[in-house]
Design a protein around this ligand. Structure first.
Ligand SMILES: Cc1cc2nc3c(=O)[nH]c(=O)nc-3n(C[C@H](O)[C@H](O)[C@H](O)COP(=O)(O)OP(=O)(O)OC[C@H]3O[C@@H](n4cnc5c(N)ncnc54)[C@H](O)[C@@H]3O)c2cc1C
Length: 298
């Protein structure tokens, strides 16, 4: 990231929310369920699947978590009623993991039961390291109880390669680099080492016959994934690529044209701010976008 972009990133907390919102809207479907439906319909028409995320994390109280649950229940009904090709992604701290683990497990029970009734499927996203063990624990419980569950592993953590040994057989794992700022005692920060660990984890997951959602926009990793898919002679039904809404649309087209399954992460909801600032932090062109937004340029 260049010096100017770094400066803008540092100043993000004092940049007016409307400016952040203007720049960030490419990463978020909108604030309403209707906006998510319209984004997903368009992606489905292009040949991509979706995973829909109600934006929110680290609830301040359990009532807020209950509100999010209601939104997810509405989401399952809508996906089915609208005939969308979409599953859902959830953040454990949005369901109260930051306050009460047992409460969070009960909420996941509710969601998984409802998802089953609507023939749907739930991914449990991975947040920062204080929640890694609890998230893996909740995932294992839901996998055993309901089956329609997926988890996420982060290649920047030292623990991830050995964590693969503890997964149940043939499960559905999203592999990503990891987005949170973690201490060097538990994670790599060097971009090339993270890439190498990503490839090592992907190789191990595929050799063990897990279904991997290869979540990255990094051309180096996409190339390495192509090589592994070829080496293990995988059919497109045995893995999928995943990308975030608004990031590298040209790569999206390429993957679909080459015949790979592709799922786009579609976040929506009024609580868009923390998600959007994380996206902006990782985008090297951020300074450019923000300056243009300031001056009302497209
Ligand atoms: C579907 C999906 C789900 C995810 N779920 C989780 C999760 O549960 N937990 C977690 O910690 N992380 C999650 N992530 C985020 C992930 O960990 C990375 O932070 C993120 O994907 C960027 O890493 P990258 O592999 O794309 O490589 P990068 O090197 O960051 O990006 C490669 C290239 O993609 C482009 N790019 C990347 N991000 C942006 C952006 N925001 N705007 C514009 N261009 C961009 C740039 O051209 C960049 O050079 C998820 C990512 C995806 C795609």
């Amino acid at each position: 990231m260049g010096l100017f972009s770094r400066l803008v990133v540092t100043c993000l907390p004092i940049i007016p929310k409307p400016v952040v919102g203007f720049v960030a809207k490419r990463y978020v479907a909108g604030t309403t369920l209707e906006s998510a439906v319209s984004s997903v319909r368009q992606l489905n028409e292009e040949g991509a699947m979706a995973t829909i995320d109600v934006l929110g994390e680290s609830v301040p109280n359990l009532d807020k978590a209950r509100q999010y649950i209601d939104e997810y229940l509405r989401l399952f009904q809508t996906i089915k009623a609208e005939g969308l090709n979409a599953n859902v992604s959830t953040k454990p701290t949005m369901l109260g993991l930051n306050l009460d683990e047992q409460f969070c497990i009960e909420q996941y029970d509710r969601l998984y039961q409802e998802a089953k009734q609507h023939d749907n499927w739930i991914r449990i996203d991975m947040e920062d390291h204080p929640y890694t063990d609890a998230t893996l624990h909740i995932y294992r419980l839901m996998h055993e109880r309901y089956g329609n569950a997926g988890v996420v592993l982060q290649a920047y953590l030292y623990r991830t390669l050995p964590d693969i040994d503890d997964l149940p057989e043939k499960v559905n794992v999203r592999l990503c680099k990891g987005i949170y700022i973690e201490p060097p005692t538990i994670s790599w920060r060097d971009r090339q080492i993270i890439r190498e660990n990503y490839v090592a984890c992907l190789d191990k997951l595929l050799r063990r016959n897990h279904y991997v959602a290869i979540a990255t926009h990094d051309d180096n990793l996409i190339q390495a994934a192509f090589a592994l898919i070829d080496r293990y002679q995988l059919s497109p039904a045995q893995y999928e690529f995943q990308m975030l809404l608004g990031v590298k649309p040209e790569l999206r087209k390429l993957l679909l044209n080459l015949g790979h399954r592709l799922r786009i992460y579609v976040p929506f909801g009024p609580d868009w701010y923390p998600y959007s600032t994380r996206r902006l932090r990782e985008n090297p062109d951020i300074a450019n976008y923000i300056v243009r937004a300031f001056f009302g340029l497209r």
